[in-house]
Design a protein around this ligand. Structure first.
Ligand SMILES: Cc1cc2nc3c(=O)[nH]c(=O)nc-3n(C[C@H](O)[C@H](O)[C@H](O)COP(=O)(O)O)c2cc1C
Length: 317
């Protein structure tokens, strides 16, 4: 998720769960190939299993990006065919590519040919206001000729004119049935359901019905809801008490931050951890103290503030 699933956020998620499959932000292919900071942007700090998501429609560039994904030890490269933002449309990639299915197929084919790494795609169920299963069907039928076997579906249309990316994640109605029905048509393809999943329990329930479940905003807003996910989904033994778990995570994440301080801003490093305050009554006081200490780079003080917050939270219950 752009602006959120940075290498640091992914590090936090990996500490929170040893098992979940992670995604980078969408990185435009030109950025991946030509940015001065590309090493920092593409970095993978052993967060595997993890997919590198790329945005683009130039098959030669995308083939090069696939080689990069392999070189940086990603498990998968994913082509974004779901982003509706104006700049992305201007660059002729993202969701608008759903109208150019042969181009998508050619891009995916070039990616598959270029390196021995899983290639996948993330798309919507359609374009515009009208729901049209035939459109979705023919799009999928064409793109899987490339040889891809994994498709992530944000189960709502993208409306490309006059709707912001934010509204494009809420206004077009969700339709999980399209994903159920497309799976029936192409049973050999893995379809991963995405969109509107509000709890880990809901994700678990849906995981019985689909090949996999992808969640975005739930984790962005409240990463600590991953507590117990390894136990629930993968039957892995985990600590039982949520407070002990939070403390363990904070200590481990601060260890990581301390190693990275020389190369990155405290703000970027710490932002993923602010999700610890999600929906807690006593968070305002802590948040303002944390912001103050961020300015002064008092890392030990910051660490203690987080630990104190967990302690106080325990006492409130
Ligand atoms: C701030 C933000 C940034 C996002 N960036 C990306 C992105 O880079 N690539 C992508 O495929 N989807 C992106 N998305 C969309 C999510 O991956 C997801 O498809 C969408 O939010 C619906 O799932 P959810 O209801 O679980 O959040 C973004 C969503 C948000 C809220």
């Amino acid at each position: 998720m752009m602006g959120y699933t940075t290498p640091h956020a992914r590090k936090l998620y990996r500490i929170l769960s040893k098992k979940i499959f992670l995604f980078t932000e969408m990185i435009p292919s030109k950025t991946m190939l030509y940015s001065k900071n590309k090493d920092l942007i593409i970095a993978n700090y052993n967060e595997n299993p993890v997919a590198l998501q790329v945005g683009g429609a130039d098959y030669q560039d995308l083939a090069k990006c696939t080689k990069i994904a392999k070189a940086y030890n990603y498990d998968e490269i994913n082509l974004n065919v779901g982003c509706p933002s104006r700049p992305v449309q201007k660059g002729n990639f993202g969701a608008c590519l759903m109208k150019q299915k042969t181009l998508v197929r050619n891009c995916l084919e070039a990616m598959i040919e270029s390196k021995d790494i899983n290639v996948s795609m993330k798309c919507r169920i359609g374009i515009g206001k009208e729901l049209n299963f035939n459109f979705f069907y023919y799009f999928i039928e064409e793109v899987i000729k490339s040889g891809i076997e994994i498709i992530y579906v944000h189960a709502r249309n993208a409306i490309l004119n006059n709707l912001s990316p934010k509204d494009n994640r809420t206004i077009p109605p969700l339709n999980y049935e399209f994903v159920t029905n497309i799976k029936k048509e192409f049973p050999h393809i893995k379809f991963i359901l995405n969109g509107g999943i509000n709890s880990i329990e809901q994700a678990y329930g849906l995981s019985e019905l689909y090949d996999g479940i992808m969640v975005g905003r739930l984790i962005k807003n409240n990463p600590f809801c991953l507590f117990n996910i390894d136990k629930l989904f993968f039957n892995v033994k985990t600590v039982n008490k949520e407070d002990d778990y939070c403390q363990k995570i904070v200590l481990e994440y601060f260890q990581y931050i301390k190693q990275k301080l020389e190369n990155d801003s405290i703000f970027r490093l710490l932002s993923p951890l602010l999700g610890i305050f999600f929906n807690t009554p006593n968070n305002k006081k802590f948040k303002s103290k944390i912001q103050l200490n961020m300015k002064n780079y008092e890392i030990d003080k910051l660490e203690n503030l987080f630990l104190k917050f967990i302690e106080e939270k325990k006492n409130i219950r």
